[in-house]
Design a protein around this ligand. Structure first.
Ligand SMILES: C[S@@+](CC[C@H](N)C(=O)[O-])C[C@H]1O[C@@H](n2cnc3c(N)ncnc32)[C@H](O)[C@@H]1O
Length: 375
């Protein structure tokens, strides 16, 4: 496996870069630059293994191979033809080529991908009179290039499938949060296992599951079946096994409670938690949040109520948000209340002044994450 140090581009959902920077630094790597939906660091392919294993808020770990001027498809071909692809793939491999293209000469990204594929294949033919297979499946080796105006950069996508697919979500539920976003929300509360993490309106259980993974110190990547880097030439399996062994869990003292008014979604949440191996750390129940117990010890009450965009009747939401505010005010003394919602107008109904309102995105929906300290 190529051991040199290169730029590593970590993509993430918009709004999560500050959490991602913290995670990168915690792993002992430097942050070179913070972009709108990505963080740049520098490291080796071995570092990419660790980043894929441990990062909770990143979507992809992209290892840079080359960069250069690129004004049109012919220049893209020439640039890609110079890359020593044979250092990373063998003729028996399967490679998927993906891209993000913002260049006036390209109307269909598939055409740019085809140019890159031709360059890779022609290089192999010239050297070995044979070539790797190529196609759209992301479950093995993946190449990514970013072509903006007159510059293109080529990367190995060492993640393959996006890291937001941890592998535990067997059933999605109605309006689930992405795993990466849920993890970022839990990290933002600073809850790490002391005191209680209470998640009424838990839906498919993503927040509670991510909270359990964080409290137990379980690396999210340990749940996945595979990553792109495992299909690269010279993949160091012994090192990977050693990395996985070093990230084994710890104990925590707090409680994680997850509930929802809908018994069906609780079944889903339980199944997802079991798939993540954390079912035994979460206390599930079916109930209206208004009836929820408030255990001793303080901690976090985290609400992700219906938005009214994808589910829930907007008229009914008014009283729902007001009742969340009343619940926090009247019952949740000693806790910090958190609300994540895509319905910004409804936050006013809560009737409490948030500490900070953070702009986040759940897919394309602009959302807010607000915290309320309940003394
Ligand atoms: C936006 S979804 C939560 C999604 C969840 N974060 C996930 O990742 O799947 C809102 C949830 O609130 C639940 N809900 C609505 N009204 C409720 C109430 N009064 N008490 C408890 N849960 C309620 C719904 O059943 C739904 O599952």
């Amino acid at each position: 496996m190529h051991v040199g140090m290169e730029t590593i581009w970590l993509s993430c959902p918009k709004g999560l870069t500050s959490q991602l920077c913290l995670e990168v630094k915690e792993l002992g790597l430097n942050v070179l630059e913070e972009h709108k939906a990505a963080v740049e660091t520098r490291g080796s392919l071995a570092d990419c293994m660790q980043l894929n294993l441990c990062l909770r808020t990143a979507h992809r770990v992209l290892f840079k191979l080359a960069e250069g001027p690129c004004r049109n498809p012919d220049e893209l071909y020439d640039l890609a033809r110079e890359i020593p692809w044979e250092d990373h793939f063998s003729i028996d491999d399967y490679v998927c080529i993906t891209s993000l293209v913002r260049n006036d000469t390209i109307r269909d990204t598939r055409f740019a991908n085809l140019k890159c594929k031709d360059a890779l294949v022609d290089r192999f033919w010239a050297k070995y009179a044979a070539r790797p297979d190529t196609g759209p499946m992301r479950d093995r080796a993946v190449v990514f290039f970013f072509w903006q105006d007159d510059r293109a950069s080529f990367y190995l996508d060492t993640s393959g499938e996006s890291l937001c697919h941890r592998g535990y979500r067997k059933q999605p539920g109605e309006a689930p949060m992405r795993e990466t976003l849920a993890a970022a929300c839990v990290l933002e509360t600073a809850w790490t296992g002391e005191g209680n993490f209470i998640n009424p309106m838990c839906g498919s259980g993503t927040l509670a599951i991510e909270a359990a993974l964080i409290a137990k110190g379980i690396a999210p990547g340990s749940l996945r079946e595979s990553f792109g880097f495992q299909f690269l030439k010279g993949f160091d399996e012994a090192k990977w096994t050693e990395l996985c062994r070093r990230t084994q869990g710890r104990d925590f003292s707090g409680r994680i409670l997850a509930s929802d008014i809908d018994p069906h979604v609780i079944e889903t949440a339980r199944a997802n938690a079991a798939a993540a191996g954390v079912e035994e750390f979460i206390e599930f129940s079916v109930q209206d949040f208004r009836e929820h117990e408030v255990p001793e010890g303080g901690g976090v009450f985290f609400f992700n109520p219906p938005y009214g965009e994808r589910m829930g009747d907007v008229a009914e939401l008014d009283s729902l948000y007001k009742d969340i505010g009343d619940f926090l005010k009247q019952r949740a003394t000693g806790y910090t209340g958190w609300i994540f919602t895509g319905n910004i107008r409804m936050l006013k109904r809560v009737g409490l002044r948030p500490g900070e309102k953070r702009v986040r995105y759940n897919g394309a929906i602009e959302c807010r994450l607000a915290d309320y300290e309940m003394y």
